[in-house]
Design a protein around this ligand. Structure first.
Ligand code: HEM
Length: 503
């Protein structure tokens, strides 16, 4: 027994103390600076302190509702502070895990050109921590498994397939519009559009992913939302040795919710298998049907992909729409311009997949919103092999944190009007909005692992925004307090109350 305990102690000492010190020295020797970490929390204390200070400052200034789009120091106060002393590429530590922080597009370009999609890792600490939410779905899976999953999933998002999804998007959106009209008829013209749009986007993904009715999708949404709050609302000391024990209750809760969601999905998959017999043609109507074709994913993998779509697919798009409504409320002339475009392109007819592409100005608005308020505020990777960038060496195992918000708000990349809402910057350069570096605009990530659902988003965004703008006008509400914050995604901390009026 005693030798075993000594062995255990030595292993612990090695992985929690000796190995991190070795990596720290190696990174320093390789030329990477950064804030000094302290054992065992790394830089977490300072991160916590700066976030709490930010919230306190915000709460005490709730009286002044000035809206600024210069949000980097609000959402990532620690990165903003460390950038001042260590530049745009440095190392920080979550517990005993080193993270290479990157907010420099040229460095990112050089680094990513060295690694193929399938050879990238996703940080083990996050994979473990987020397992109840994403399992081994496409977002987290690596190597040959990633190639297999990506090959099965990519065709599900082809234009031919997405065409059939438009009607599945229109129905939940119509339901939401009717709800808003009913609210307005009772005299209530101000409500939280974030909550409304997130619910609607959840219904869309429930129908389009699994053919679920809005009601059945509601149970799944409720559980996913509960899991998200459990996992991300408090600091659970990810990367800290025994961190999972410090937050045991929260982790158990998340695990339990994860199991309940898995059970729900398993029953949905089994119904879909029975209902959609070969040749019935019904399989094609939802994403799950596509993924089940050819039986290339096993049941466990199907469950994880469904969870990934459900979570990754509804909240991000809902937030893009939510931030859009705020920006349009602040800039009514853009509401007018988009309405004129809708009248010209769609008129009074039905929304069709084919005419969505002609909504060009709406595309510029979407890109500008994704720049200023990118729902996915960062991209993560882990080096599975040593990577050389010029004369710097990134050791195998180093985690990476690409700060999308920093790059999207960098005046050296976008110019002096970086904090202004100017959709027209995408007029002549619809992909990069005139950004001085092509890797500086990355709302959907980069390289081979770029978001597989981005075409879905373009469609859902345009369908829903068209429906909203043809029925209502939007103006800012005095009760809105601008406090963008991170709960995995970039969201308005206090919701998004707006004044909504029928046209
Ligand atoms: C505004 C909407 C969206 C944003 C901002 C967004 C953003 C992102 C980002 C930043 C990544 C990581 C890319 C990387 O690691 O380089 C990603 C990956 C992914 N997204 Fe999205 N996404 C959106 C919508 C969607 C939708 C609608 C779906 C599905 C229905 C989806 C499914 C996925 C999946 C499965 C991956 C993993 C891809 C891979 O690793 O191969 N996303 N997304």
């Amino acid at each position: 027994m005693l030798p075993f305990l000594v062995y255990l102690l030595l292993r612990l000492l090695f992985s929690c103390w000796i190995l991190p010190i070795h990596v720290y020295r190696k990174l320093r020797k390789n030329g990477f600076g950064g804030p000094t970490p302290a054992f065992p929390l790394g830089n977490i204390r300072e991160m916590e302190f700066l976030c709490e200070k930010n919230i306190k400052d915000y709460d005490s200034s709730l009286e002044s509702p000035a809206i600024s789009h210069d949000i980097h120091s609000t959402v990532f106060p620690y990165f903003s502070k460390w950038q001042k002393s260590h530049g745009k590429v440095f190392i920080y530590w979550l517990g005993t895990e080193p993270f290479l922080y990157i907010a420099e597009p040229e460095f990112l370009k050089k680094m990513s050109s060295k690694v193929q999609g399938k050879r990238w890792g996703k940080p083990n600490v996050f994979k473990h921590d987020r397992k109840p939410m994403f399992g081994s779905g496409l977002l987290m899976v690596e190597g040959d498994d990633w190639v297999r999953h990506r090959h099965v999933i990519t065709p599900a998002f082809s234009p031919t397939n997405l065409k059939t999804m438009v009607s599945l998007m229109v129905e939940p959106a119509t339901k939401m519009l009717e709800r808003w009209t009913a609210l307005i008829n009772t005299g209530k013209t101000e409500f939280d559009v974030e909550r409304e749009i997130t619910t609607m986007a959840g219904e869309i993904i429930a129908r389009a992913s699994f053919g679920l009715s809005c009601e059945n999708g509601g149970e799944m949404l409720g559980k996913l939302r509960a899991m998200q709050i459990t996992l991300f609302n408090v600091n659970r000391y990810v990367g800290v040795p025994f961190g999972q024990w410090i937050c045991r209750r929260k982790n158990m809760e998340a695990k339990k919710l994860g199991k309940e969601i898995d059970q729900l999905l398993l029953s949905i998959i089994s119904v879909a298998r029975n209902k959609c017999g070969e040749g019935s043609g019904q399989r094609q109507r939802c994403l799950l049907g596509y993924l089940m074709e050819g039986e290339r994913l096993n049941e466990r993998e199907l469950v994880d992909e469904c969870k990934t779509f459900f979570f990754g697919g509804h909240e991000t798009t809902a937030l893009a729409l939510t931030w859009t409504l705020l920006l349009l409320a602040m800039h009514p002339h853009w509401q007018t311009q988009l309405r004129e475009e809708i009248t010209r392109v769609i008129g009074d007819g039905e929304i069709h997949f084919t005419n969505l592409a002609a909504l060009n100005k709406m595309g510029w608005v979407m890109n500008e919103v994704l720049r200023l308020y990118s729902p996915a505020p960062n991209v993560q990777r882990q080096a599975r092999e040593e990577i050389k960038v010029d004369d710097l060496v990134i050791p195998k195992g180093t985690n990476m944190w690409v700060d999308t918000v920093a790059m999207h708000h960098d005046p050296t990349l976008w110019g002096d009007d970086v904090y202004e809402f100017r959709p027209e910057r995408f007029k002549d350069d619809h992909l990069y909005g005139g950004c001085k570096h092509k890797t500086g605009f990355l709302p959907f990530g980069f390289g081979g692992r770029m978001c597989v659902g981005r075409n879905w988003t373009f469609i859902e965004y345009k369908v829903v925004l068209t429906m909203l703008l043809t029925k209502f006008s939007f103006s800012p509400s005095p009760s809105y307090h601008h406090s963008p914050s991170i709960l995995l995604s970039l969201r308005p901390r206090y919701g998004m109350p707006l004044i909504v009026q029928p046209l």
